[in-house]
Design a protein around this ligand. Structure first.
Ligand SMILES: NC(=O)c1ccc[n+]([C@@H]2O[C@H](COP(=O)([O-])OP(=O)(O)OC[C@H]3O[C@@H](n4cnc5c(N)ncnc54)[C@H](O)[C@@H]3O)[C@@H](O)[C@H]2O)c1
Ligand SMILES: O=C(O)C[C@H](O)C(=O)O
Length: 346
């Protein structure tokens, strides 16, 4: 298969629908050197995400790290005839090498949910994993953009921020909770209900990444469709429960991996485009924010050469969305505070 055919899998920007080639501002082959590190690369998300990052022509060096299993994943992915050099790193003693010089670090390391669990039930294990990985990021690649996938995102992002603050490396422009899968789901579900071309659908999903903290703004969806209130309520609930739908269907074998790898690859691609100076790269992410009174919040973010260039406002909300916004705040704040407290005390 030709490289160009393979890259078409990940080349659509979810915001603009445009391709790498037309939007990255330089001819194919002249893209700057960019190192991307995937931490947790041998896992359910890590493996397909590593594959998708190997297909991304904006990546020149792909560093695959996990506590075990990465030599095999790296050997496998490295045979693909695309631009990046792939190196696998296994075990904590190799983490520094994996991170050195990274421009973007993607973190899908940690345990996934089983049926009956909430994302917050993962906190006790994943908080420690995220803390130790972020401590290493502060040491070995303090200027990298960090894409946090590990759950509970509503708490792991504040943990990362605290770790970076303690290390003196915190830059709020460079830390992102990856909420792209919520956007991907909302677009898919909306297109199905509205009977419009899914490739043309655009809408923001704001708030956080767990249950009711996930707030899709279907009133802003394009193309417009005349959906009833009941349909919007059902679409909202399905988007909020999208992760649980997959956890239940997998029946104990984990949570979303393939759709998450896709969403993670789209978001990392947006970060790389921003770093490379491509204008008007806008995606939703969970970032330090003044959009509400909460210290972290997911909304549309303009990406640029330093990471977050601008955190965009929510735009007009209808009454249903305004209610959803007020309802999510207590849970989101408590998850944020839980993360901050953990990082301060450990
Ligand atoms: N943000 C989102 O939208 C989203 C979507 C899906 C899953 N997730 C989360 O992503 C995480 C990973 O999910 P998964 O299905 O890939 O799980 P998985 O168990 O299949 O893979 C996790 C990987 O992390 C590795 N790991 C554990 N500790 C590590 C450490 N200290 N350093 C490096 N790697 C380490 C494991 O060895 C494993 O390979 C979970 O927390 C899950 O809840 C988030
Ligand atoms: O639902 C999960 O536990 C994983 C992830 O957060 C998702 O939304 O799929």
């Amino acid at each position: 298969m030709r490289t160009s055919m393979l890259t078409s899998i990940v080349r659509r920007s979810s915001t603009t629908g445009a391709s790498y080639v037309s939007r990255r501002g330089f001819a194919s082959g002249s893209a700057p050197e960019r190192k991307v590190a995937v931490l947790g690369a041998a896992g359910g998300i890590g493996q397909p995400l590593s594959l998708l990052m190997k297909l991304n022509p904006l990546v020149s060096s792909l560093s695959l790290y996990d506590i075990a299993g990465t030599p095999g994943v790296a050997a496998d992915v490295s045979h693909i005839n695309t631009r990046s050099e792939v190196v696998g790193f296994a075990g904590e003693e190799q983490l520094g090498k994996a991170l050195e010089g990274a421009d973007v670090v993607i973190i899908p390391a940690g345990v996934p949910r089983k049926p009956g669990m909430t994302r917050d039930d993962l906190f006790n294990i994943n908080a420690g994993i995220v803390k130790s990985l972020c401590t290493a990021i502060a040491k070995y690649c303090p200027n990298a953009l960090v894409n946090m996938i590990s759950n509970p995102v509503n708490s792991t992002v504040p943990i990362a921020a605290e770790v970076f603050k303690k290390a003196g490396t915190y830059d709020e422009k460079k830390l992102f909770g990856v909420t792209m899968l919520d956007v991907v789901r909302a677009k898919t579900f909306y297109a199905g209900k509205a009977k419009v071309n899914v490739a043309e659908v655009n809408l923001p999903v704001v708030g956080g990444h767990a249950g009711i903290t996930i707030l899709p703004l279907f009133s802003q969806a394009t193309p417009k469709a005349n959906l009833s209130n009941e349909e919007i309520v059902a679409l909202t609930k399905r988007t909020q429960d999208g992760g649980t739908e997959v956890v239940e269907a997998k029946a104990g074998k984990g949570s979303a991996t393939l759709s998450m790898a896709y969403a993670g690859a789209i978001f990392a691609d947006a970060c790389l485009k921003g770093l490379n100076g491509v204008p008007d790269v806008v995606e939703c992410a969970f970032v330090q924010s003044n959009v509400t009174e909460l210290p972290f919040f997911a909304s549309k973010v303009r990406l640029g050469k330093n990471g977050v260039e601008e955190v965009l406002g929510l735009g007009p909300l209808n009454d249903y969305e305004k209610q959803g916004l007020e309802a999510l705040k207590p849970e989101l704040l408590s998850s944020i505070e839980k993360g901050i407290k953990f990082a301060k005390e450990n």
